[in-house]
Design a protein around this ligand. Structure first.
Ligand SMILES: [Zn+2]
Length: 415
């Protein structure tokens, strides 16, 4: 039955892939029997028995209840053992590092934050990262061999396949290796990706995106990020650059962006973009500069806009309108089933003027039936902890195998 396309891969890899296929089936279909696993995976019962024996031995799965199988024999049912393995998710910021340890069901079991300078000097940052990982392993009191990987999520252009950071403006790192030097130092596999891609992976495996094969994750904060899931798997582009929604142009002239271009979406929709919308509106409408109100915070703008204060309303509407046009363009290109909105400041997404303007604009620009059954979700947020959870789920994606990878496995087995 193992007559699939990976004949050139060595036996170890094939077993690895089959193992991921079975682990993912056990994760999504549990409790599940070995014969059911064989049917769903297309693997022979002998192979299933062999692999599940290894997984049981390694405590990655447990055999729990017994149930009558169709043949009248009692069959053991298998489940993932959440405590059978752990992953680490890391989110570096210019002045801090957030870490979370997740069990195999993506539940956070330990969280830690350090105030450390990670910006600029990468070799020094690497030393600090290694120290923090060691501290984390110690404090968690989890045996080192229980960790199956570390996921590293960062803003910027990241080549996840090669474990490289191509350009992270926020941290000031350019063309540096992340995975290999960290792996060598801590002795555990390290996966790296863009932080919004990490969120999309989390939503795909464990969040609102689970029932969908085609969805978009939009993150509004310091910038505007996009994670694309299509055919059940993350779409990353040729070298990981896909999803730079914040730097798509919404006007040919326009504000100067940090990236050096003009008219980028995030100069109007990010937190600082919304403040700039407000500033601009006040400048245009206030003739007597002495009457210019002092600069409000984002929360104040959101609240004032809701109350109907003119400048705040205009600032939020402008952001919502431009975001709405951009989302309509994305929907017309990708035809997603749902859009998951995420922001460190949830006030922006719940019952706000921005959301109303956005929804209205989307409706106006959708092609034909594209908006039919399109659903919107707002992702639950725990600050950087939820970003770190996303980074951890990068490892779980490799461990369990993505649903899409399993589908292609199945179709090649059937072919
Ligand atoms: Zn830009």
């Amino acid at each position: 039955m193992q007559n699939h396309q990976h004949v050139s891969a060595d036996r170890f890899l094939i077993r690895g892939i089959n193992q991921s296929v079975l682990l993912n089936l056990i994760r999504t279909e549990a409790p599940i029997s070995r014969p059911q696993l064989a049917t769903l995976s297309g693997l022979s019962l002998v192979t299933v028995i062999k692999i599940t024996a290894t997984l049981l031995e390694r405590n990655l799965i447990v055999e729990k209840e017994y149930a009558e199988s169709t043949g009248g024999r009692r069959a053991g049912l298998l489940e993932i053992n959440p405590q059978g393995g752990f992953v680490v998710g890391l989110i570096p910021q210019p002045e801090s590092l957030t870490a979370v340890i997740l069990d195999l069901s993506s539940e956070p079991v330990y969280t830690r934050q350090w105030d450390i300078p990670l910006q600029g000097d990468y070799p020094r940052a690497l030393e600090l990262l290694v120290q923090c990982c060691e501290e984390l392993f110690q404090e968690s009191q989890i045996a080192r061999d229980k960790f199956i990987g570390v996921g590293f999520g960062m803003s910027g252009m990241i080549d996840g396949d090669r474990g490289l950071c191509i350009d992270a403006a926020l941290l000031g790192w350019k063309n540096v290796e992340i995975s290999r030097p960290l792996e060598e130092r801590i002795g555990i596999p390290v996966f790296v990706d863009n932080d919004v891609n990490c969120l999309a992976v989390y939503e795909n495996l464990f969040g609102e995106g689970q029932p969908y094969d085609h969805f978009l994750v939009i993150a509004i904060g310091r910038g505007v990020g996009l994670g694309i899931v299509t055919n059940g798997d993350l779409y990353r582009g040729a070298f990981g650059g896909a999803g730079e929604l914040g730097h798509t142009a919404v006007t040919t002239e326009g504000r100067l962006c940090d990236c050096g271009n003009r008219g980028c979406l995030e100069t109007y929709v990010s937190f600082s973009g919304i403040l700039e919308n407000y500033r601009e509106y006040v400048q245009i409408t206030t003739y007597n500069l002495a009457n210019t109100p002092s600069e409000p915070s984002l929360l104040e703008i959101v609240t004032q806009a809701r109350r109907g204060e003119e400048a705040a309303r205009a600032a939020m509407q402008r952001a919502g309108t431009l975001l709405g046009v951009s989302l309509a363009n994305l929907v017309n290109i990708f035809n997603p089933q749902c859009i998951i909105l995420s922001s460190p400041d949830l006030n922006l997404l719940t019952d706000s003027v921005l959301m109303e303007a956005m929804q209205q604009e989307i409706k106006q620009h959708l092609f034909s039936q594209m908006g039919k059954d399109l659903r919107f979700f707002i992702a639950e947020q725990l600050g950087y902890e939820s970003w770190a959870r996303g980074a951890g789920s990068l490892v779980l994606r490799h461990f369990f195998g993505s649903p899409a990878r399993i589908r292609s496995e199945r179709s090649s087995i059937q072919a």
